[in-house]
Write a protein that binds this ligand. Structure first.
Ligand SMILES: Nc1ncnc2c1ncn2[C@@H]1O[C@H](COP(=O)(O)OP(=O)(O)OP(=O)(O)O)[C@@H](O)[C@H]1O
Length: 601
């Protein structure tokens, strides 16, 4: 229950006035039935007295009119209050849902890339998504109804106290099993659901593979459909069986409770009947008793069930807060320094070491590198040698373990993250393909300039994407991808040109291009690299490529091997050294020449 104050603050922040209105409505609509019961008793007593006294029908009716009207008014009032209550509850629910989900998304953006690479994190995120969307509000709704139920229960107890304290004792005793069963099974269901998180994510994943566009082709071509659907079904089936078992046990326990409640009711009924026979209470009292006892019994049971529910829902809410409590490690400093513009000295890496979270050995070891403000560096190396990792460190997607990375002698961690990233234009190998307009796909590279058409068009021209876009019916307004109505899909190379245009959109002083032309055709690549110098002029550029014709254009080439720099220099220098670079270059060149000689090209 320790999350309750926090939860109240959360809902209060989402819709403060509505929360108050909802509370008042619940309270008043809960108390009206008690008043109705009492009016009912007064009517019965008056009828019995009038009939016994031999009052004429017309006079009898006249005397009853005020009480009956009051009863009618209360009933109508109750109906209106109830509707108002459900109306405000609905609005409060909608507002809160939006607020809670926005909080969740804001937190998701704040967290580190490293978080997203841990399966525990995805379990936490998944649980927060499941819980955050409904449980915080459920706790509050249950709390408000608990308040109403308690008010009604106390009102009914006051009415019942007229008969005998024993009646109240019977009522309370018969309610205890409800509470016990409620709490016990809530707890079991919670832990069952929590235990299932990883398997549920796996089942969801199978569902995704069977329905997401990127898997459609392979699922058909490798006939994976039935196999994956079966895996999905098996997991969900196991969940169902577990849930069924729990539901069966709960139903049995619940039936026993009903038995206890019936014994309680009839025990107390016999007590009051005895009092009527003795003439100690009136017939009106008897009707009041029957109504009050039944209502009190259900209000009492509802109250205890609410408490059990609050306990259960609060367990789920704690999962939502568990996610909100995660803290990013890569953060801006409290007093950030301004990013130097223009760059004067350039970038320095000194004895940098980096280990991926959970990895046993460092991926990058003792990296030392100095790059001039307008220099173009090509990173070369076998798959897995650490090229992309090095670029991720420059953008602070991860922080280094040891060593130093500085720009104009200011450590990267001294800049505000957003400032640092604004100064670096990036195209990663696995760049994003937004199912939005072409304009957005390019404009996202520089959000404040998203609406500036000339800039977007220039970036498209620079990346060679302009001809692709001109061929689209709606030009820059065309929605890309097939996810939304009217969307048009592009080829891999065309997408890459759009991604490259996004990197060019930024006014950054540092440009990172991780295999920017891996998917584009030879002509487009040639065209791009003809203009490469001009496009990257005045910028510090990092280029990763496996194509040596591209690499040789760089001012300097850095060769990585198993996370270490093994060679560094211009193309000519490295060729003269006849080291690893020269070996890789010659191998690639030879494969081209043999193939052309044998007529394959
Ligand atoms: N997110 C990650 N978590 C843990 N290890 C990772 C992660 N990303 C990469 N690695 C490991 O780090 C090493 C270097 O990977 P990196 O992506 O930097 O290589 P690369 O030189 O860019 O390779 P490629 O030429 O295939 O793109 C690899 O051994 C890889 O398995």
């Amino acid at each position: 229950m320790r999350d309750l104050p926090r939860l109240r603050r959360l809902v209060w922040a989402a819709a403060p006035r509505l929360l108050l209105v909802s509370l008042l409505l619940t309270l008043s609509s809960s108390l009206l039935p008690v008043a109705q019961l009492y009016i009912g008793k007064l009517i019965v007593d008056q009828v019995v007295a009038l009939v016994a006294g031999g009052t004429a029908i017309a006079a009898l009716i006249q005397q009853l009119i005020p009480l009956v009207s009051l009863g009618f008014g209360l009933m109508v009032g109750q109906a209106i209050l109830q509707q108002l209550d459900s109306y405000t509850t609905q609005i409060l629910g909608d507002r809160f849902l939006l607020y809670a989900n926005t909080q969740l998304l804001n937190q998701a953006v704040r967290l580190d890339l490293a978080h997203y690479e841990s399966s525990e994190f995805h379990d936490i995120l998944n649980r927060a998504q499941q819980s955050g969307s409904q449980y915080p509000l459920r706790v509050l709704r249950t709390l408000t109804s608990l308040l109403g139920q308690t008010a009604r229960f106390v009102g009914l107890l006051a009415l019942l106290l007229r008969f005998s304290p024993l009646v109240i004792l019977l009522l309370l005793i018969s309610a205890i099993p409800t509470f016990w069963v409620g709490v016990r099974f809530s707890d079991r269901r919670f832990w069952m659901t929590r235990r299932q998180t990883s398997s549920r994510r796996l089942a969801d994943y199978f569902g995704e593979v069977l329905t997401e566009p990127q898997y459609v082709k392979e699922v058909r071509l490798f006939n994976l459909g039935d196999h994956l659907a079966k895996q999905y079904q098996d997991i969900r089936e196991a969940f169902n069986q577990e849930s069924q078992l729990l539901a069966r046990r709960q139903a049995i326990a619940q039936s026993s409770i009903e038995l206890v409640a019936a014994v309680g009711f009839y025990g107390a009924y016999a007590l009051v009947l005895w009092q009527v026979i003795q003439g100690a209470v009136t017939i009106g009292d008897l009707t009041l008793y029957v109504g009050s006892f039944q209502q009190a019994q259900s209000a009492g049971a509802a109250m205890l069930l609410s408490i059990a529910n609050i306990y259960e829902f609060n367990l789920y809410v704690s999962q939502y807060f568990e996610f909100l409590d995660l803290t990013p490690k890569v953060v801006s400093p409290p007093r950030p320094k301004a990013f130097p513009t223009p760059l004067r000295e350039g970038l320095v890496m000194e004895n940098v070491y980096f280990t991926y979270p959970g990895a046993k050995a460092p991926t990058l070891k003792n990296i030392s590198l100095t790059v001039g403000p307008r220099e173009c560096i090509a990173l070369v190396g076998l798959n897995g040698s650490g090229k992309t990792t090095l670029l991720k460190l420059l953008t602070r997607l991860y922080d280094i373990d040891r060593g130093r990375i500085a720009v104009d002698d200011i450590s990267l961690s001294a800049f505000r993250l957003s400032d640092l990233r604004r100064n670096i234009g990036v195209l990663f190998q696995d760049f994003a393909r937004y199912a939005l307009s072409v304009g957005d796909n390019i404009g996202f590279g520089n959000l404040p300039m998203r609406q500036q058409t000339p800039q977007i068009q220039q970036a498209a021209v620079d990346a060679g994407a302009d001809s692709v876009i001109e061929a689209l019916d709606q030009g820059y307004q065309t929605i890309l991808g097939k996810m939304f109505s009217g969307g048009v899909d592009l080829s891999g190379g065309q997408w890459q040109k759009v991604g490259l245009a996004r990197a060019f959109m930024s006014q950054a002083q540092i440009l990172i291009l991780d295999e920017p032309t891996a998917a584009v055709d030879a002509i487009a690549e040639h065209d791009l690299f003809q203009r490469f110098r001009q496009l990257t002029q005045g910028k510090m550029t990092f280029l990763v490529s496996h194509r040596f014709s591209t690499v040789r254009m760089a001012d300097r080439i850095v060769v990585l091997d198993q996370g270490q720099i093994i060679e560094m220099g211009t193309h000519e220098q490295l060729m003269a050294e006849s080291g690893r670079y020269a070996e890789m270059f010659r191998l690639q060149a030879a494969s081209y020449t043999t193939e052309s000689k044998s007529g394959k090209v």
